[in-house]
Design a protein around this ligand. Structure first.
Ligand SMILES: [Zn+2]
Length: 44
């Protein structure tokens, strides 16, 4: 029961602001809601 969505949660979780939970389409820009900046290196 860990894949009930049938998708890739990690894919979009990577785009959700850890500070306020706002979904961001562009991680290159700071969160418009709380100003959180994505300083972490890309997972490549
Ligand atoms: Zn935020």
């Amino acid at each position: 029961m860990t894949d009930d969505l049938g998708g890739d949660p990690v894919c979009w979780l990577d785009r959700v602001c850890p500070e306020c939970g706002l979904f961001l389409d562009d991680r290159d820009a700071p969160c418009p809601r709380c100003g959180h900046e994505w300083n972490s290196s890309p997972a490549t």
